[in-house]
Design a protein around this ligand. Structure first.
Ligand code: NCD
Ligand code: ZN
Length: 346
């Protein structure tokens, strides 16, 4: 049995860091484990300009303790119906924007400004394809007549498949996949496409939402699916395929916003992210593939250098606290009250 593992410093390819006091409270957890992170732009208002992304990047760096912390936020541009392709190209050329994020309008938290019709984005998509900049997609249809558990699979069929045909060179990351359909599409597509996978979609299924009562801290979007889908996503993650990589989708909300008559979607998994993922690779007998998933596949897909340095995790009993953060900024972390099984030793 492996009792300790050392891997190249990993990256988080999908992260919500929020702003203000919450940013200060949560960012150090990610900076502690990861060298870089793709920062989601769904603030209010969303990050849609180069100036806003530069300013947000500065606030993130301040929150983690400056450049000495060794953490690089990779900024994304939130696409709207009115996004100017020239702003994206300039932001990319100036090293501010690493990728663009597509939220179908009203798909999730702070997505009211998102895109109402992806076909209206022609200029933006042509630009992304031309400059080799990745399009990151929240892959769910927003049609309320579609069952919420089917919205990802329907998106893959109705929107993603035609998109890959229309833009054969467009680099796409299908974010936080949750279904067998999404995993199969990404595995098989004759296209430059990859997917991020969260710890929660590897570890729990939709029963966790109703385990003895309504469980708001297990609620995220895309919503957890049935067990067969969890197993398919798990298989993809540990397969060794370079098309699958780590993206936590850590999405903190204060306790009151989760434990509510209309609770927010989002799971705060940053504090024990690597431990959670490693537990999956360990259980699957795939520890030798963990480094690829956590530290190599994402960087290669984005065309970025691999990180220098290493991190080590040691097999040890470590209890995940019931709450992380002080007072108003208190958040319930993923796996609260359970044994993480590994200790992050830095
Ligand atoms: C995210 C958030 O809270 O910003 N929530 C979530 O459940 N993942 C939004 C998102 O990525 O869908
Ligand atoms: Zn997200």
């Amino acid at each position: 049995m492996t009792d300790s593992i050392t891997i190249r410093r990993p990256d988080d390819w999908h992260l919500h860091l929020r702003d203000g006091a919450m940013l200060d409270a949560v960012a150090p957890h990610s900076a502690r484990q990861f060298a870089r992170a793709i920062i989601m732009p769904n603030l209010t208002p969303p990050v849609t300009t180069i100036a806003a992304a530069r300013a947000y990047r500065e606030r993130i760096l301040a929150a983690v303790g400056g450049p000495e912390a060794g953490f690089t936020p990779l900024m994304t541009c939130y696409l709207t119906d009115g996004t100017d392709p020239a702003e994206i190209a300039r932001g990319h050329a100036e090293g501010v924007f690493t990728a663009c994020k597509l939220y179908p309008a009203h798909a999730t938290t702070n997505s009211a400004h998102g895109v109402t019709d992806i076909r209206a984005l022609t200029g933006v998509l042509e630009t992304l394809q031309r400059i080799g900049m990745p399009l990151l997609i929240h892959g769910e249809v927003t049609d309320k007549s579609i069952d919420i558990f089917d919205r990802e699979a329907v998106f893959v069929e109705r929107t993603l498949a035609p998109l890959t045909r229309d833009y054969p060179g467009l680099k796409i990351v299908l974010e936080h996949i949750t279904t067998a359909e999404a995993a199969a599409f990404v595995t098989e597509a004759d296209h430059p496409i990859a997917a991020t996978i969260t710890p929660q979609h590897l570890l729990i299924n939709r029963n966790a939402l109703f385990d003895g009562g309504l469980r708001p801290h297990a609620y995220c979007l895309p919503v957890l699916k049935r067990e067969t889908h969890r197993l398919a996503v798990r298989k993809a993650a540990v397969s060794g395929s370079p098309r699958f990589f780590l993206g936590t989708d850590s999405a903190p909300h204060v306790v009151g916003a989760k434990e509510s008559g209309c609770g927010c979607a989002g799971i705060f998994n940053a504090p024990f992210a690597l431990e959670a993922y490693l537990g999956v690779f360990d259980a699957e007998g795939a520890i030798d593939r963990f480094e690829g998933f956590a530290s190599e596949h994402g960087a290669r897909f984005y065309g970025l250098p691999l990180n220098e340095g290493t991190v080590t995790l040691v097999r040890e009993s470590v209890m995940v606290p019931e709450r992380v953060g002080e007072g108003d900024m208190s958040v319930v972390p993923f796996l609260a009250g359970t044994d993480a099984g590994w200790r992050f030793a830095g």
